[in-house]
Design a protein around this ligand. Sequence first.
Ligand code: PHB
Ligand code: FE
Length: 329
Amino acid sequence: MNTIAEPVQLTVAGYRTFELGAFQFSRDEYFVTISWPAKGQRQSHTLSADAFLRALMRDVAWGFFYGVVNFDSVFGTRNLYGRVEFFAGRLNENYHRNGLSYVEVFDSPMAMKRIKEILADWVNEGFDPFAAPMETGDKAFGEKNGSNLAAIDRFRVATRRMPGLKGDSPLRGDENGYPINRAFADVPQDVPEIQAEPGFEGELHAFNLFAYLSRSDVTWNPSVTSVCKASLFCPTTEEYILPILHGNDRVEWFLQFSDEIMWNISDKETGRPRARVLMKAGDVAAMPADIAHQGFSKKRSMLLVWENANPGIVKMHETGELPPYPVTF
Ligand code: PHB
Ligand code: FE
């Protein structure tokens, strides 16, 4: 049974240092350093503070997501659905083969509590880990300077009914929603005309998904916009770099709605590069269940991520009952 050690009371540049099991996390003006035990001593790894905080924000907002959230080629988390594995070097074949990797499993609520504390302490005033760099600037850096709790308390928008129907989660696609993003100033805002049979008002609806997405105030944060059994449509707007290398535990489909995203695809277990895929508006791709991927979007673009939320599917891939690909040619 894991217990959370009380945070080490050490501070660096005004930032607290944290522990989770045998992992230790500290940050300074520019960097985050993570250390763990291996080969009888402590190994450490350093990454840029903004990249770390953007990735940590996704782990918090997405409840450790599906499968693996690699912060970079060394550190990350793997969702065991109820429990969560934190790892260093485990999915990097050179670290792992040389005995430098380390893995520890925690109950998810306990690990979540600790990473929320880290986020709350390390995100400065003015830095928004969901925003594109051109919108949030260099505010991630420097000595500790206040906080931005409003930005880090945002979660995935998950629809309860069709967006726009009464009782749905916050509507983005009208004048009560967020402003149109600077990158989508040319996106038409017209709305479909709805003519419901008497008695079906409030049951039938249609909305302009492009207009809805043009008002997204976040990047790389899919919202759940339609749910049909285990089939989730998760549209999102993307600018700069997906803050994680996502290691899939199921097949995901991508539908590129506007502009372009370049994807780096690597082997999920070893990190070895496997492919680069440039998706242009109108392209559709299936991301297999045995890869990790990271996207690069030079101009804010619209992407639909189609997820399979069937909880049994992970086992089916693990046992080989299902191949990692959705289609065998
Ligand atoms: C993904 O890992 O597939 C993913 C995550 C967030 C996004 C887009 C894609 O915004
Ligand atoms: Fe993914």
